[in-house]
Design a binder for this molecule. Structure first.
Ligand code: ATP
Length: 314
């Protein structure tokens, strides 16, 4: 439907921005039909066995441009229903992992077909199945949600076509945005976005959480907001994300160490490599980079972001 009223040249710009920031992936979906980086193999089947999928990155190498490798031999597993968190300085490749999992790009170094590795979901290489089925299996709560110039209801219902008002409201309640919506002049019929009601960063993120809850995918990607929310809001959103992630296979791109404490595994990335990995306790005990980041954060208070902590280390 969106094709009908957004001019096509704008779509191209939007596509690039969206892909870069992982912002609005449903809109992305429409756009991918126009400008594909990756294509389905002829006769590719849909991803199957998604009851509780395990996600695996196996020796993944990746470059956007041939001359500048970004990821080097990255391997990790997100066991079914568990959360893996990625921390590291800006530019270390955290968001690239999420883009590859969503298959915005295929793994590999352009021009070097022998160096690639692979990503599997429930044991299936994501290059061998349809992109549409991969994207149906994944819900993303992005850093900065782009809202449609449409009603609140439309913006939440976008998580699942055909959702009823009752289902939209239930998702909004779970994301703790229902009361706020009810307090607006037209409730769920209030127009939002550029030409409507402007929502705060926290409210937009709650809309994204509600959308994802409605979609109810087996795999989640959380790209934690870098922009400072006030601490009360941050803790509340944190709690909502944690409850949304329960029993889902989840990748968190974390900007605050407080988020990662309960992760099944924490990956510390630097310059496209995993330089440390383990649970919070194990990483603290090993006294390496993560432990120094943590100590620094404790001294400065919880607001410090891991990137900042990492970058300010000697
Ligand atoms: P941040 O915490 O700032 O979001 P990040 O760790 O998520 O950073 P990525 O966004 O994965 O980092 O970027 C990794 C590297 O890839 C960076 O050096 C970035 O400049 C480069 N990069 C990202 N997107 C592209 C692109 N579309 N084309 C070329 N290079 C890119």
């Amino acid at each position: 439907m969106i094709q009908l009223y957004i001019p096509l040249n704008f779509l191209g710009v939007l596509y690039r921005e969206i892909k870069q920031s992982l912002t609005d992936l449903d809109k992305m979906f429409v756009l991918m039909e126009r400008e594909r980086e990756v294509a389905d193999k002829a006769g590719a089947p849909a991803l199957a066995g998604l009851e509780r999928p395990t996600v695996r990155f196996e020796h993944v190498h990746f470059a956007y441009e041939p001359s500048r490798p970004i990821l080097h031999d990255v391997s990790f597993e997100i066991p079914a229903g568990k959360t893996v968190a990625v921390v590291g300085p800006s530019g270390s490749g955290k968001s690239t992992l999420a883009r590859l999992l969503y298959r915005f790009y295929d793994v590999g170094i352009p021009g070097s077909p022998s160096v690639a590795g692979g990503i599997t979901i429930a044991g299936q290489d994501i290059r061998e199945v349809t992109q549409a089925s991969v994207r149906r299996a994944i819900g993303i709560v992005p850093q900065d949600t782009v809202l449609f110039n449409d009603t609140v209801e439309y913006n939440i219902a976008y998580g699942r076509a055909g959702a009823s008002r009752a289902e939209v409201e239930a998702a909004a309640r779970a994301a703790h945005i229902h009361d706020f919506i009810r307090s607006t002049p037209k409730g769920y019929d209030t127009m939002v976005g550029e030409r409507g009601l402007k929502l705060s960063g926290g409210e937009k993120q709650r809309v994204a959480i509600a959308r994802t809850l409605l979609k109810d995918p087996p795999i989640l990607i959380f790209d934690e907001a870098t922009s400072a929310l006030d601490s009360a809001n941050e803790r509340a959103i944190q709690a909502e994300l944690e409850s949304a992630a329960r029993n889902k296979t989840t990748l968190v791109i974390a900007h605050r160490l407080s988020t990662v404490v309960h992760a099944h595994e924490i990956l510390v990335m630097e310059a496209g490599r995993i330089i440390e990995r383990g649970t919070h306790e194990a990483l603290l005990a090993s006294g390496g980079r993560y432990a120094r980041m943590w100590a620094l954060q404790q001294r400065r208070g919880d607001k410090i972001e891991p990137q900042a902590a990492i970058q300010s280390l000697p």
